[in-house]
Write a protein that binds this ligand. Structure first.
Ligand code: NGQ
Ligand code: ZN
Length: 455
């Protein structure tokens, strides 16, 4: 079934060749088919403002949006990532499929409104509260797909394989029972996940061994041997304790271990990769894999600061993700990424590898890495790509005096989601005048869900 072509006349647009005025773009079946600067055909819908490619959010745990702000109180003598994780486990213990769908829809509306047009959902909440599979092994994945469908956000679903509680085959803890799979069950979960995506034309399916803490080497090999296509995501080297435990267990640091024991290439995304030696930085950069950075969450959880300057100098790929969704904001992810480098180095404009706009260089890097990580034809306003398009309000106070790359500097460092006026994901026009078209219904259901969970 094909819809009629849609033609837009963009006032200003960031094209692969640079900034252009008066650009006509034609979208067909969700993709750009024609992009022609300078033309002004009759019947085209005129779009004022500044059009930029939509960004991939390469790492999300959507359900965690529902606990945003609830772990910001001191509980232990030494609050840490690990005590946050206990809070997170307590929160997820009660979530039903309806809860997950409602929370994911709210998170996805917020992603779109902030300028993300696709998400990599790193999805591990598979089973019911007792740890028993649902009738449909991908019941929860189907709810994620429903939230993507309702909101129009592009989805790369990454069903997670989780089997052990810690390095060396440690038994999983009781509060991890909703995640745990045997290899055969996981294979049926992946197949059921594929079915759950069948009505989403631009959806992709990948796999995600959760972390080296959660998967044995044998299981990782078996998983990779069974896989035929799609991206592979894994958490790695987020916390110092994880590096130390990995050294105790294997004699290697986590990124080294993975590079030595798995065929890491451009189809891989290593989430966080916060703690790397100089050698690991170089090796990861050369592998062609994407480092999936989640700067707002990494700051929130006290993970540490990614070695961005050295990694970028080595030619490494990066993308950004909203991870815990404590704040869902494209501008904040990119500015926090840069600010971490500045705070560490006591210097400015660290992420730019060349003289010139930091905003433009971070934005370009995250566009390319994000598209690669999600296996999504996106990241450029160009024929053949999904029509993932974000229009910024040129009259917004943060942007009003800016032109060219300075627009991106202003949006990322001085603006926020209020700069975003319109968004299309794969040709679906879901944000208009700064608001998602389903936002009222989604927000009402989210409010009911949160009150239900608080009761
Ligand atoms: C997650 N989140 O899977 O949601 C993890 C916490 C873990 C982050 N690492 C659980 N940020 O890593 O064990
Ligand atoms: Zn994560």
């Amino acid at each position: 079934m094909s819809a009629p072509d849609q033609t837009l006349r963009l006032q200003t647009a960031l094209l692969p060749g640079g900034w252009a005025e008066d650009v006509t773009v034609t979208m067909r079946n969700g993709r750009f088919v024609d992009v022609a600067p300078g033309a002004a055909p009759e019947g085209a819908e005129s779009v004022s403002g500044i059009a930029v490619p939509g960004m991939a959010n390469l790492h999300s745990h959507a359900f965690q949006r529902g606990m945003a702000g609830l772990a910001e109180r001191r509980a232990a003598h030494h609050d840490s990532f690990w005590t946050w994780r206990e809070t997170m486990y307590r929160f997820l213990a009660r979530l039903s499929p309806d809860h997950v769908e409602a929370i994911a829809a709210q998170a996805y509306v917020e992603m779109l409104e902030s300028g993300f047009t696709s998400v990599g959902e790193f999805h591990y909440l598979h089973h019911d509260p007792d740890g028993a599979p649902y009738g449909n092994p991908a019941e929860m994945g189907a709810r994620i797909a429903a939230a993507a469908r309702e909101t129009g956000l592009g989805l790369t679903l990454l069903p997670v394989y989780y089997a052990q509680g810690g390095f060396g085959g440690a038994a999983p803890a009781p509060d991890q029972r909703r995640f745990i799979c045997e290899l055969d069950h996981y294979a049926s979960l992946v197949e059921a996940s594929r079915k759950a995506l069948k009505d989403l034309p631009d959806a992709r399916l990948g796999i995600a061994p959760h972390s080296l803490r959660a998967v044995t080497p044998d299981d990782l090999s078996a998983l990779l041997a069974r896989r035929h296509e799609g991206p592979i995501h894994i958490h790695v080297a987020e916390q110092i304790r994880e590096v130390e435990d990995c050294l105790d267990w294997s004699g290697s640091r986590p990124v080294d271990w993975l590079l030595d024991n798995a065929p890491v290439d451009a189809s891989w995304t290593l989430i966080h990769a916060t703690h790397m030696s100089d050698e690991e930085i170089d090796r990861l950069a050369r592998s062609g894999a994407v480092a999936g950075l989640c700067p707002v969450t990494e700051a929130s959880l006290g993970d540490g600061i990614f070695e961005g300057v050295a990694y970028r100098e080595a030619g490494g790929w990066i993308g950004v993700g909203t991870d815990s969704n404590i704040r869902v904001s494209l501008a904040d992810e990119l500015s926090t990424l840069e600010y971490g480098q500045r705070l560490r180095d006591r210097a400015r404009n660290r992420f730019a590898v060349e003289p010139g706009s930091t905003g433009r260089q971070i934005f370009d890097a995250a566009l390319a890495g994000g598209a690669q990580a999600l296996d999504r034809d996106s990241g450029a306003i160009a024929p053949g790509h999904w029509a993932d398009l974000v229009v910024l309000d040129g009259d917004h106070p943060a942007l009003v005096a800016a032109s060219g790359d300075a627009i991106l500097d202003a949006w990322i460092f001085a603006g926020d989601k209020s700069c975003v006026s319109q968004v299309w994901s794969a040709g679906r026009h879901v944000v208009r005048a700064g608001r998602h078209i389903a936002m009222d219904a989604v927000a009402r259901r989210y409010a009911r869900t949160m009150r239900d969970l608080a009761a």
